[in-house]
Design a protein around this ligand. Structure first.
Ligand SMILES: Nc1nc2c(ncn2[C@@H]2O[C@H](COP(=O)(O)OP(=O)(O)OP(=O)(O)O)[C@@H](O)[C@H]2O)c(=O)[nH]1
Ligand SMILES: Nc1nc2c(ncn2[C@@H]2O[C@H](COP(=O)(O)OP(=O)(O)OP(=O)(O)O)[C@@H](O)[C@H]2O)c(=O)[nH]1
Length: 446
C-alpha cells in the first residue's frame, strides 16, 4: 500500500488538506461504524488508486515551542517511511526560512515530492505564491485546502505517481495456502522474542534496547501441516532514536503490515497495559476487516493478584470493545509458556475468516433473526422489510442483505443482525461485514 505523507511547518493547513482528501473520498473508510474518526491517517482512493494518507502533524504533537526540532524529525520520519511526500506551505505568511529548510531536505530524497502552496483564496495570496518559486522548484501547486481550489490538479498528478495494480493479488497467489500473519506492537513489547520462539531459533536479534531489529523480512514456518508467513518479522522499529519517537514512527509500518496480513497478532505488554497507539492500530485492523488476536505478552512478569488481573482484563475488554471478535491470549514469549496456543488460534481464526455459508442457511438464519426481534419502523413510518440475503465474499465473510430501505437501518439493529449471524454461523472469531442493498427488481415485468 502506497503511503502519502503530508509534511510542512505548523499551521500551514496540513490537517485541513488531510481532511479534504480523506473526506472527499470517504467511500472506502466510511462503511464501518464505530471506528474512531479522530486520527491522522486514512485509507482513501483517488482516481481508483488506493493509498494511505498521513498527516504527520499528528506524530509530533502540538508543542510549537520546539517546532523546528519537531518538524525536522517529522520530515525525516516521513522520508524514511512514506512513499510519496506532499509538502505544504502557507501563502498567507509567505515564504518562511523553515520552508526552505524543509524543501532542502526533501530535494535530497529519491522519493516523489509534490509541493503545494496553501491558502490561495484571493489575489493577494496568489502574489505570495509566486515567492515560492525562489525555492527552485519545477512545479508548485497553488491550492486552497479550505475551499477546494487546486486540489484535483494536485491529486491527479500525485496519483499518477502511485504504481498501478496493487501487489496484493500477486502476493496472495504467491503465498498459496499460507496464512499471512503479522505481529504488531510497540517497541519492547516482545515481538522479536515471540518470533524467535515461533521460528525455533534466534534469527532475529533480541535486545532490551528498543529498536535493535532492522530490515523488513518475512519468515516462513510450517506447523502441524499449515504454512504461515510471518510478515515483516524484523518488526517496526528504527535504530538510534528515543523510545518516544519510535512509538510515533511505528504506526506507518504497522499500517503497511496490516494491509499485507490475513491475521494480525496485536501484542500488548501485561505490565504496561494498553496504550493509545495500540488502540490506533486496533482501529485500523477493524477498519480493514482483518482477523485479529490480542496477545498479552510478559504474563510471567504480570502481577498475579486476582483482583488486578480482573481489572486488567476488564479494562482491556472495555477499550477493545469495537474488536470483540479478537480472541485474547496470555503467554510469555520469554519462557515459552502458553505460546503454543498462538498458531492453532491463528489457524482457527483464519478458518472462520474464510468460511462460506450457503444461501439456504443464510436465509433461514435471517428469517429466525427477524422473527425474534422485528426490525424497527423506518423513518418514513413504513415498515422495514428484508427480502433475502446471501454471502458474497470471504476474508472477511461478507453478506449482502436486500431490503426496502437500506438507509433507514439503525446502527443498533445492524449490530443485532451482525451478532445473530455470528452466532448462527459460528463466526465468533472473525470480522464479518453486512451490506444493505435496496431490493433489485429482476426481469422487467410487473
Ligand atoms: N484562508 C485559508 N485558511 C486555511 C486554509 N487551509 C487551512 N487554513 C487555516 O489554517 C489554519 C491551520 O490549519 P491546520 O490544517 O490546522 O494546519 P496544520 O498544518 O495541520 O497545523 P499543525 O497541526 O499546527 O501543524 C486553520 O485556521 C485553518 O482553518 C485555506 O485554504 N485558506
Ligand atoms: N518478562 C518477560 N520479558 C520479556 C518477554 N518477552 C520479551 N521480554 C523482554 O522484553 C525485552 C524486549 O523484547 P524484544 O523481543 O526485543 O521486543 P520487541 O518488541 O521486538 O522490541 P523492539 O525491538 O524495541 O521493537 C527483552 O528484554 C525481552 O527479553 C516475556 O514474555 N516476559
Amino acid at each position: 500500500m502506497t503511503v502519502v505523507a503530508i509534511v510542512g511547518r505548523p499551521n500551514v493547513g496540513k490537517s485541513t488538506l488531510f481532511n479534504r482528501i480523506s473526506k472527499d473520498n470517504s467511500a472506502l473508510v466510511d462503511d464501518l461504524p464505530g471506528v474512531t474518526r479522530d486520527r491522522n491517517y486514512a485509507r482513501v482512493s483517488w482516481n481508483d488508486k488506493p493509498f494511505v494518507i498521513i498527516d504527520t502533524a499528528g506524530f509530533v504533537g502540538q508543542d510549537t515551542s520546539a517546532f523546528e526540532e519537531l518538524t525536522r524529525e517529522q520530515i525525516l520520519l516521513a522520508l524514511d517511511e512514506a512513499d510519496i511526500l506532499l509538502f505544504v506551505a502557507d501563502a498567507k505568511t509567505g515564504l518562511h526560512p523553515g520552508d526552505a529548510e524543509l524543501a532542502d531536505l526533501l530535494r535530497r530524497s529519491s522519493k516523489p515530492v509534490f509541493y503545494a502552496v496553501n491558502k490561495i483564496d484571493g489575489s493577494e495570496q496568489r502574489r505570495h505564491a509566486a515567492e515560492f518559486f525562489e525555492l527552485g522548484l519545477d512545479r508548485i501547486y497553488p491550492i486552497s485546502a479550505a475551499h477546494g481550489f487546486g486540489i484535483s490538479e494536485l491529486m491527479d498528478d500525485l496519483c499518477a505517481a502511485i504504481p498501478e495494480a496493487p501487489a496484493q493479488t500477486a502476493e496472495e497467489e504467491e503465498s498459496g495456502g499460507a496464512i499471512r500473519v503479522s505481529i504488531l506492537g510497540r517497541p519492547n513489547v516482545g515481538k522479536s522474542t515471540l518470533v524467535n520462539h515461533l521460528l525455533g531459533a534466534p534469527r532475529v536479534i533480541v535486545s532490551p534496547v528498543p529498536g535493535t531489529t532492522r530490515d523488513a523480512v518475512d519468515s516462513h514456518i510450517v506447523k502441524a501441516g499449515q504454512e504461515y508467513v510471518l510478515i515483516d518479522t524484523a518488526g517496526i522499529r528504527r535504530k538510534g532514536r528515543t523510545r518516544e519517537k519510535l512509538e510515533k514512527i511505528s504506526i506507518i509500518k504497522a499500517l503497511q503490515s496490516v494491509e499485507r496480513s490475513h491475521v494480525v497478532v496485536l501484542l500488548l505488554d501485561a505490565v504496561e497495559g494498553v496504550t493509545d497507539q495500540d488502540l490506533h492500530i486496533a482501529g485500523y485492523i477493524k477498519e480493514r476487516s482483518r482477523a485479529c488476536i490480542v496477545g498479552i505478552n510478559k504474563w510471567d512478569a504480570a502481577d498475579k493478584d486476582p483482583k488486578r488481573t480482573k481489572r486488567f482484563m476488564d479494562d482491556l475488554h472495555d477499550r477493545f470493545r469495537f474488536l470483540t471478535y479478537a480472541p485474547v491470549l496470555t503467554f510469555s514469549a520469554l519462557t515459552g509458556r502458553n505460546v503454543a496456543r498462538l498458531l492453532p488460534t491463528v489457524k482457527e481464526v483464519f478458518r472462520q475468516y474464510n468460511q462460506r455459508v450457503t444461501t439456504g442457511i443464510v436465509n433461514r438464519a435471517l428469517e429466525e433473526t427477524l422473527a425474534r426481534h422485528e426490525p424497527p419502523q423506518a423513518g418514513n413510518r413504513r415498515r422495514l422489510k428484508f427480502y433475502y440475503a446471501t454471502q458474497t465474499a470471504v476474508r472477511p465473510p461478507t453478506f449482502v442483505l436486500f431490503c426496502n430501505y437500506p438507509q433507514a437501518i439503525h446502527f443498533s439493529y445492524e449490530r443485532y443482525l451482525t451478532n445473530r449471524f455470528r452466532e448462527a454461523f459460528g463466526l465468533d472469531k472473525t470480522p464479518i461485514r453486512l451490506i444493505f442493498r435496496p431490493r433489485q427488481r429482476t426481469g422487467g415485468t410487473s
